[in-house]
Design a protein around this ligand. Structure first.
Ligand SMILES: Cc1cc2nc3c(=O)[nH]c(=O)nc-3n(C[C@H](O)[C@H](O)[C@H](O)COP(=O)(O)O)c2cc1C
Length: 186
């Protein structure tokens, strides 16, 4: 069976990271399931040239954030991984406390209980103790914390270069071949 990956886009700044990940996965055999939070709809509208309909169209399956009856809400539905990108501090907190208040945090809760791969791209600055404690708690449970930090060794020239760098590293974590950016080979 091909890989099945859940992509949760929450309402922090930087929905373009989630969009770029979906675009990259569209060129692969991976089956994608997307959840766009209510506030991510707003950030997509404010920050990008995409409509939410265009973003949804990038995924194989779309699940409304309030639909707790979606198949990805159950551990019996087999998935390989989930990426929350970008991940707001609210969603981070919800996952860290097993609160499962919407389908993003419920699906992440399922990933955790089933011991599957969870990757988070937390986005806030500066970070206070609660943010950091939530990240540490989840990291200790095996969650990969990948804040969208740009690298400069590959001399980015555009915002796309910076976005692609983070998305390339996400694809690496997921074990998906990609050539979104040049690699450090010296
Ligand atoms: C334009 C915009 C940018 C935001 N940026 C961030 C951010 O970088 N980090 C964050 O934690 N919240 C950010 N927020 C606030 C979240 O949208 C808010 O906490 C929301 O309740 C998150 O809900 P969600 O995690 O269910 O999407 C931003 C909101 C807006 C409108």
């Amino acid at each position: 069976m091909n890989k099945r990956i859940i992509v949760g886009i929450s309402g922090s700044t930087g929905p373009i990271y989630g969009i770029r990940l979906l675009e990259a996965l569209k060129n692969t055999p991976v089956e994608t399931h997307v959840i766009i939070s209510e506030w991510a709809e707003k950030t997509i509208q404010i920050e990008t040239d995409y409509t939410t309909a265009e973003v949804r169209a990038l995924a194989d399956f779309v699940h409304p954030p309030k639909n707790q009856a979606a198949k990805i809400s159950s551990g019996s539905f087999q998935t390989d991984a989930m990426v929350i990108v970008p991940c707001s501090m609210k969603t981070l907190s919800s996952v860290a406390h097993g609160f499962a208040d919407n389908l993003i945090s419920r699906a992440a809760d399922v990933i955790l209980k089933e011991k599957r791969q969870l990757i988070m791209v937390p986005r806030e600055t500066p970070l206070h103790d609660i943010h950091l404690e939530n990240m540490l708690k989840l990291s200790r449970m095996g969650v990969v914390m990948m804040p969208p930090m740009p690298a400069f060794y590959n001399k980015p020239e555009t915002i796309d270069d910076i976005v692609n760098h983070t998305v390339s590293r996400l694809l690496d974590q997921l074990g998906i071949d990609n050539d979104l950016v040049g690699r450090w080979l010296q």
